[in-house]
Design a binder for this molecule. Structure first.
Ligand SMILES: [Zn+2]
Length: 204
């Protein structure tokens, strides 16, 4: 398990005796007390429901948490290192096939207004890279200008929404023939593999 998201678990267990720590059953999450699998549900207090979604690739057991109110209202998804704003995690323990399933099928089919909370503030760099793939995407140009303003003002660029990601995140847009054409593959998984390869080699 990537330490940057689990490093505080032991400490918080000392500070809050009895606290529950949830983590994917396939990742050896430090301090985990409750292992979850795809589809597992639990609640936080009386008003918050959580659905566990297996979104592997960055790590083999990566879980994203889909969180709503009691009646399914105000959806948000916590995507860790699988989906970033305008980007995705490196393929440390998985393949392009898995990332396609995680990003474009599992997360891509959540309701479009779902707010996206990712694990790192990589937005500006991701948008700069995304523009190398899709230079004439107007939504992308607008989001970059907005994100740069946010960061200059010391503000976060997170959350995004699933709708915005479908408009601006090249890794989530690989089903579109026009994007496939831009990267030279007429297959979504091959396009995803190619964009990840370009990003890994990009020195923006
Ligand atoms: Zn991380």
């Amino acid at each position: 398990m990537i330490r940057d998201h689990a490093g505080g678990n032991e400490k918080i267990k000392e500070m809050v005796p009895g606290i529950k720590v949830y983590g994917g059953s396939l990742d050896n999450v430090k301090g985990c007390t409750h292992q979850v699998e795809n589809g597992d549900k639990f609640s936080i207090g009386a008003h918050v429901n959580v659905l566990s979604l297996h979104t592997p690739c960055h790590t083999k057991g990566h879980i994203s948490y889909y969180v709503t109110g009691k009646e399914g209202e105000d959806p948000a998804v916590f995507t860790g290192d699988t989906l970033f704003v305008a980007g995705c995690g490196k393929f440390f323990e998985g393949s392009a096939e898995q990332m396609y399933q995680s990003l474009c099928v599992t997360l891509g089919s959540l309701p479009q207004p779902t707010q996206v909370y990712c694990g790192h503030e990589y937005t500006v760099k991701n948008l700069l890279f995304a523009l190398t793939v899709e230079p004439s995407n107007v939504k992308l140009q607008q989001k970059l200008a907005w994100a740069q303003n946010q960061r200059q003002a010391g503000l976060p660029t997170i959350p995004s929404t699933i709708e915005e990601e479908l408009e601006t995140n090249p890794f989530m847009r690989v089903d579109l023939p026009e994007l496939q054409k831009l990267v030279g593959f007429n297959d979504p998984i091959e396009a995803l593999r190619e964009i990840r390869k370009r990003k890994d080699n990009w020195r923006g």
